[in-house]
Write a protein that binds this ligand. Structure first.
Ligand code: IPM
Ligand code: MG
Length: 361
């Protein structure tokens, strides 16, 4: 099969972790006889430096003509510490999501037995937790206008807007995932306070009868934040709006051991994008210490979602699990010796290269 991808490392540790994920993608393509074509492009702070635009047109064109986008991270302390900056790296990510129509961000949360000791929760609470967060990604507070400051600069405002259509398409997608899993859907909102949340709940209730085989529940976001740490195993599929999803998925990622482990797929109208859920971790940039596994697992999601290549995805996951079990991991999750970013990548690549397909390895 032809695998034609855009590679967007972005900022901070993006370059290092995407380099490892790309080597893994190459190894998988070698193993299964796929023809890989890829091209790199700029997004984020590095794109601002080069072109003045955090999501240059050339990058968008490349994404549009590719079958999938493999993305690292975005952000830089230079902009984080300057609230008056006119252009921000994050605008590149938001523009990319919007222009590619990536309205759903799918974040699978699973536990890795060898990482349970890293969870801030008691082992018995977390062991076996396995759920899917589906975050709306192209609307809500992130995109609602007007947004800005009053003339005297003393007041600021953001706008949260959702249309029925935006809510319906993501809830339907969440139901389709629930049907492939445990047939349970939790719609997270703040319907006791927010008008947008009341529309979410109404749309959910109207769709329920069509998906009668799925058990639907509604939960306020504050309660959901609490239940995620109190009883994570109770969840199967969670669907929620953009901002709530941003917050809840960071919470969800650490309860299973490390933010450095969670991959995600952003899907929608045009080319799908695959990215780790963590940020650009500028303190670690260039040190070869960042955990590449969330990006490598994002590459697994890419094979699965963008190319429907399940065996390829399964192989990556199997070998990532092996690296965890053998302790070939970076310092954030190491229990003894810590390996470098490139050591972890090289180890995984060599395992793929020597893997014998069709034989129990
Ligand atoms: C994420 C990130 C982004 C977001 C930032 C970098 C704009 O936190 O993908 O979760 O808030 O969506
Ligand atoms: Mg986030």
């Amino acid at each position: 099969m032809k695998i034609n991808i855009a590679v967007l490392p972005g900022d901070g540790i993006g370059e290092e972790i995407v380099a490892q994920a790309l080597e893994v993608v190459k190894a998988v393509c070698r193993k299964f006889g796929h023809e890989l074509m890829y091209e790199k492009a700029l997004v984020g702070a590095c794109a601002i430096e080069e072109t003045g635009n955090p999501y240059p047109d050339a990058t968008h064109e490349l994404c549009m003509k590719s079958d999938a986008v493999l993305f690292g991270a975005i952000g830089s302390p230079k902009y984080d510490n300057d609230p008056t900056a006119k252009v921000r790296p994050e605008q590149g990510l938001l523009a990319m999501r919007k222009k590619l129509g990536l309205y759903a961000n799918i974040r699978p949360v699973t536990t890795f037995p060898s990482l349970i000791h890293k969870s801030p929760l008691k082992n018995e609470l977390i062991q076996g937790a396995d759920f899917l967060c589906i975050r709306e990604l192209t609307s809500g507070l992130y995109f609602g206008r007007p947004q800005g400051r009053s003339e005297d600069g003393e007041t600021a405002y953001d706008t949260c807007i959702y249309s029925r259509e935006e809510i319906e398409r993501i809830i339907r997608l969440a139901y389709s995932h629930a049907r492939k899993r445990q047939h349970k859907l939790t719609v997270v909102d703040k319907a006791n306070v927010l008008a947008t949340s009341r529309l979410w709940r109404q749309v959910g209730q109207q769709l329920e009868t069509e998906y009668a085989d799925v058990e639907t529940e509604y939960m306020f976001v504050d309660n959901a934040a609490m239940q995620l740490i109190q009883w994570p195993k109770r969840f199967d599929v969670i669907v929620t709006e953009n901002m709530f999803g941003d917050i809840l998925t960071d919470e969800a990622s650490v309860i299973t051991g490390s933010l450095g482990m969670l991959p995600s797929a952003s899907v929608g109208i045009h080319t799908a994008l695959f990215e780790p859920i963590h940020g650009s971790y500028p303190q670690a940039a260039g040190k070869n210490i960042a955990n590449p596994l969330a990006t490598i697992l994002s590459a697994a999601l890419m094979f699965e979602y963008a190319f429907d290549l399940q065996e390829e995805a399964a192989l990556i996951r199997e070998i990532v699990n092996e690296s965890l079990n053998k302790g070939i991991v970076t310092e954030d999750i190491a229990n003894g010796k810590a390996y470098k970013t490139s050591d972890v990548g090289n180890w995984i690549v060599s395992k793929i290269d020597t893997y014998q397909l069709g034989i129990k390895n």
